[in-house]
Design a protein around this ligand. Structure first.
Ligand SMILES: *Cc1c(COP(=O)(O)O)cnc(C)c1O
Ligand SMILES: [Zn+2]
Length: 431
């Protein structure tokens, strides 16, 4: 792994060799998040962007020379990466925009963005020779680790809040993880997992605490820029809970910029749920996030429900250094964005995924983005992850099925009440 220079603490700036520490800088308890540093000259000699055009590997491993793994390390067989970037002209027109794309990471193997990180976790755990992997999660990181572990027969232990959506818990049980339904919040599950992994010697995938999760997540930036022919967009909208995804997107863009593969940095727009908007608050009020206490988080977007964002340093840097912004959207805006995004693009998002689109709606309404800007919105999770949330969203926009007797007369009557459209039986604002 000679392309990795070391691990740099985001608090004190100390640098460590990659085999010196497994997770955080030891001087700040569990808060000493580190950044993986690379030798870009060496990487640039080993991989040229022209080579990528010839690569037949559609997964994140097409970028292996840019990832913090040994070149010869085996990678799990599930195809993580290569998700579509759809042009969305109807959504763009609705918002007075002209260039809008939806990156659909709901299409990954366990149906969320988290697969990008968990794939790297499984490789790192094997490099470290760990017998067991563990993670705490609001649900999707767990499902991702569970799936990636199942693909290679790796034992794993999962800590999720017992209030996690059924579909996510079902994934864990079916995929064969040892599942701890924690009677508490995600934040409590996170701390329990930290202690447990330390006590039992498990390899810990916990977001932020494990520096390699950022590195898996950064691959989405590579894909977006490659799919746009290395013409980086002007804005990327993504939802934020712990802040690992937005930090990862930032890292990927910085890598590409350092290699000279893109000529500008897109602005990163972090969208939070207003019941769980620690980072938005800190950014608005310029509060120091190392001392700002946790908030009491509550939102319909369970994947964003975080009292103390564990990757807050990287998330804040992502927004500040790219001159982006944090946005805060209500649960109602999040739910309304689910059918709006789905009907305008065909992409069905879970609440946390649709939150990114709700953020774009807000930014467009406030004139934060301009008609000519090239904008990417990332859907981070599949709508089938949270059917209860989806049903709430449908009800909120007044979509109801017709319940009819099985005969043509009943059908005729139902049809006469409302004209069918391509988007369902009732026209709403966002067709
Ligand atoms: C985890 C998750 C997020 C938020 O990612 P963070 O790294 O916690 O900020 C957003 N959407 C979905 C669907 C997620 O699972
Ligand atoms: Zn330090």
């Amino acid at each position: 792994m000679d392309h990795v220079i070391g691990l740099k603490c985001l608090i004190c700036g100390n640098e460590y060799a990659v085999d010196e520490i497994a997770y955080v800088c030891p001087d700040h308890d569990t808060d000493g998040i580190v950044d993986v540093r690379y030798d870009y000259d060496l990487i640039g000699q080993r991989l040229r962007k022209e080579d990528l055009a010839q690569s037949s590997d559609p997964t994140i491993w097409r970028y292996k020379p840019l990832l913090p793994v040994e070149p010869e390390s085996p990678v799990p067989p599930l195809t993580v990466g290569g998700t579509p970037l759809y042009e969305a002209p109807r959504l763009a027109a609705d918002l007075g925009l002209t260039h809008l794309w939806i990156k659909d990471d709901g299409r990954l193997p366990t149906a969320s963005f988290k697969d990008r990180a968990s794939a790297v976790a499984v490789v790192k755990a094997r490099e470290w020779g760990a017998a067991v992997l563990a993670t705490a999660s609001s649900g999707n990181a767990a499902a991702a680790l569970s799936g990636l572990c199942a693909s290679v027969g790796q034992p794993n232990v999962i800590f999720v809040p017992e209030a996690a959506p059924q579909a996510k818990i079902a994934q864990l049980l079916v995929l064969g993880s040892t599942v701890m339904l924690v009677q508490g919040t995600y934040d409590e599950a996170f701390d329990l997992c930290l202690h447990a992994a330390e006590r039992y010697g498990w390899y810990n995938r916990n977001t932020a605490y494990n520096p390699y999760m950022t590195e898996g997540k950064k691959t989405a930036s590579y894909e977006i820029c490659e799919q746009l022919d290395w013409q980086a967009p002007d804005y990327i909208f993504v939802s934020v809970g712990d802040g690992c995804i937005i930090g990862g997107l930032h890292k990927g863009l910085k890598d590409l910029y350092a290699l000279g593969w893109i000529d500008h940095m897109p602005r990163l727009m972090g969208v939070q749920a207003d019941g769980s908007d620690y980072l938005w608050e800190a950014w608005q009020r310029d509060e120091p996030v190392l001392t700002k206490p946790p908030i009491a988080a509550q939102t319909v977007a369970d994947s964003l429900c975080v009292g103390l964002p564990r990757d807050r340093l990287k998330a804040l840097a992502a927004v500040k250094e790219t001159r982006g912004a944090f946005l805060s959207v209500t649960d109602e805006e999040i739910l309304a964005a689910i059918p709006a995004l789905a009907r305008g693009s065909g992409v069905f998002a879970e609440p946390a995924g649709a939150a990114a689109y709700a953020g774009l709606i807000q930014a467009a309404n406030q004139g934060v983005v301009s008609p000519d800007d090239r904008i990417v919105v990332i859907n981070t999770g599949n709508g089938l992850k949270d059917v209860a949330g989806a049903m709430k969203a449908a009800a909120l926009v007044g979509t109801e099925p017709h319940r009819i007797a099985p005969d043509l007369a009943a059908l005729e009557q139902a049809l006469s009440g409302s004209k069918p459209t391509t988007n369902g039986h009732k026209k709403t604002g966002n067709n």
